[in-house]
Every structure is written in structure tokens, then in C-alpha cells.
Design a protein around this ligand. Structure first.
Ligand code: COA
Length: 169
């Protein structure tokens, strides 16, 4: 079981909280965004599925919200194996260009290392996803290389750029 952070992860711009039923509209709208669609193959899931994955220790998904509790995006930790985990994130179009993803990934990385005992955090994205690679760089991740034909993606296969962050970084 992956616990919710207590107190919640937050800074003066973004708070990470559990998704709620009333967020479903914002969630589905985000999945329809062309930039999201271009870089992601995720299928929208429901609250119950997300909660089952958290209770099984597989994945924990957060809503990123502003001080007025408006949804700015989402972030997650997943793929917990042998002390490794992956970090994922996305923003609604109106929340991009303000450093929100950088802040959210930084908050999540510290929590993963300090509270979940993660020894290596991985961040992966498509070679053409420059904005996401810049998030990795701003958060201090090390680019480790390109995994060729790594993922099934939109009916074909996609290369993946691999970044990592260690507690000692
Ligand atoms: C990937 C994604 C989250 C990046 O969003 P982003 O807004 O570029 O990233 P951040 O929130 O970290 O903001 C950084 C930008 O804000 C600017 N910025 C403004 N104020 C800032 C601040 N206080 N701190 C940091 N950056 C700030 C930076 O200059 C940067 O812009 P630049 O890259 O043009 O220099 C977004 O493009 C997205 O949602 N894409 C679709 C989903 C996706 O691809 N997810 C990742 C899959 S691997």
C-alpha cells in the first residue's frame, strides 16, 4: 500500500492531493488535449481503479491543484520494483509555462526518496517531447540514453529517452 503524504505535498504554487469524483471533467478534458494526445498513449481510468493500484502498491496518482483548488494537471509515481520507481506528469494547457510541473516533480522526488525509500527515480519520455525533457533537466535528472523501439505506441513502437535521479544527486 502506498500511503498519502502527510502533510500533503505542497509549495506556494501547487498542492498534490488525491483525485476526487468532481475532478473527472478536468481529467477527461486533459486527455483530449492535442499535446497530451501527441505524447501520451494513456487511457483514462476511474477513481476506483486508481485506488486499487495505490492499495496494491503499484501506483499513486495525484491531482495538481492551485491555491483555489483548481486542477492544474496530474502527477504519479509508478512501477515500484527493486527500489526503483517512475514519475509521470501532465498539465492542462493553461497551466503550462509557469514551472508547475518542475515544482510537482521536485516535491514528489523528495517524498519518494525520504518517505518511500526509493533509491532511483526514473523519468521517461519520447525523443520529440522537448518540454518534458526540460522538466527532467530543471529537476536535476541525468539523461542516461535512448531506448530504441522501447514502447508500443499508437499502433507502432516509440523510442524512449531515459533520465534518472538519485537521492545523492
Ligand atoms: C510536459 C509538460 C508537463 C511540461 O510543461 P511546462 O509548462 O513546459 O513545464 P513546467 O511546468 O516545468 O514549466 C516550465 C516552463 O515554465 C517557465 N517558467 C515560468 N516561471 C517558472 C518558474 N517559476 N519555475 C520554472 N519554470 C518557470 C520556464 O521557463 C519553462 O518554459 P521553457 O521550457 O519554455 O523555458 C507539458 O508540456 C504537458 O503537459 N505536456 C503533455 C503531457 C506530457 O507530455 N507529459 C509528459 C509525458 S513524458
Amino acid at each position: 500500500m502506498l500511503p498519502w503524504p502527510a502533510p500533503p505535498l505542497a509549495d506556494d504554487v501547487v498542492t498534490l492531493r488525491p483525485w476526487r469524483a468532481e475532478d473527472q471533467g478536468a481529467w477527461l478534458a486533459a486527455f483530449a488535449d492535442p499535446t497530451f494526445q501527441r505524447f501520451s498513449d494513456w487511457e483514462p481510468d476511474d477513481l476506483a481503479t486508481r485506488e486499487q493500484r495505490r492499495l496494491r502498491g503499484e501506483q499513486i496518482q495525484f491531482a495538481l491543484v492551485d491555491v483555489a483548488d483548481a486542477v492544474l494537471g496530474g502527477a504519479s509515481l509508478y512501477g515500484f520494483v527493486e527500489g526503483r520507481a517512475g514519475v509521470g506528469y501532465w498539465l492542462v494547457p493553461g497551466a503550462r509555462g509557469r514551472g508547475v510541473a518542475t515544482r510537482a516533480v521536485t516535491l514528489l522526488a523528495h517524498w519518494a526518496f525520504d518517505s518511500l525509500g526509493v533509491a532511483r527515480l526514473e523519468l521517461t519520455c519520447g525523443p520529440d517531447n522537448v518540454a518534458s525533457q526540460r522538466v527532467a533537466e530543471r529537476c536535476g535528472f541525468t539523461r542516461e540514453g535512448l531506448m530504441r523501439a522501447h514502447l508500443p505506441f499508437k499502433g507502432g513502437r516509440r523510442d524512449t529517452v531515459l533520465f534518472s535521479l538519485l537521492p545523492s544527486d
